[in-house]
Write a protein that binds this ligand. Sequence first.
Ligand SMILES: [Fe+2]
Ligand SMILES: [Fe+2]
Length: 175
Amino acid sequence: MSKVAPELHSLLNAQINNEMTASYNYLAMSAWFENTPYGGFAQWMLAQSQEETTHAMKFYHFLIDRGAKVELAAISTPRADFSSPLEVFETSLNQEEQVTTSIHQLYNMAEMHRDHESKNLLNWFLDEQVEEEKAVQDMIDRLRLVGDNPLGLLQLDQEAAQRSPLIDTTTHEGN
Ligand SMILES: [Fe+2]
Ligand SMILES: [Fe+2]
């Protein structure tokens, strides 16, 4: 028997889709970077893509733990082409701000239904969104600072490369 109110249930399911869409969009950004000299940014975006999948899974397991049905929906085709590293990160910030808005809507709904367990889950996401928006904004600020300077761009790329993906997906061999 589901312990989640129907309105909240459908928003939680929609959030699985939002997080998976974010994951897929970041993967497309990573793929775009792979065909540029910026391997570090490619790695940063791959790590971010994997993190978004773990976010989707938090909602997925929460629904199951609360006896509510998981309903997966289609993910739209991600944008594949960009003009510069700055444009990619600006697109990323835009996406994070949209996700933050959806977390706010979920939080409001959880409050309306006095669903304390959902609020507890969503509190984690509020913190996470603050962190992610800041990380992306910092990168945008520094990309704007270096402009078209190749040395500056490569320096930022090297910094981005310090972030490791959660899972190594680089092997072409089967298990
Ligand atoms: Fe997320
Ligand atoms: Fe995110």
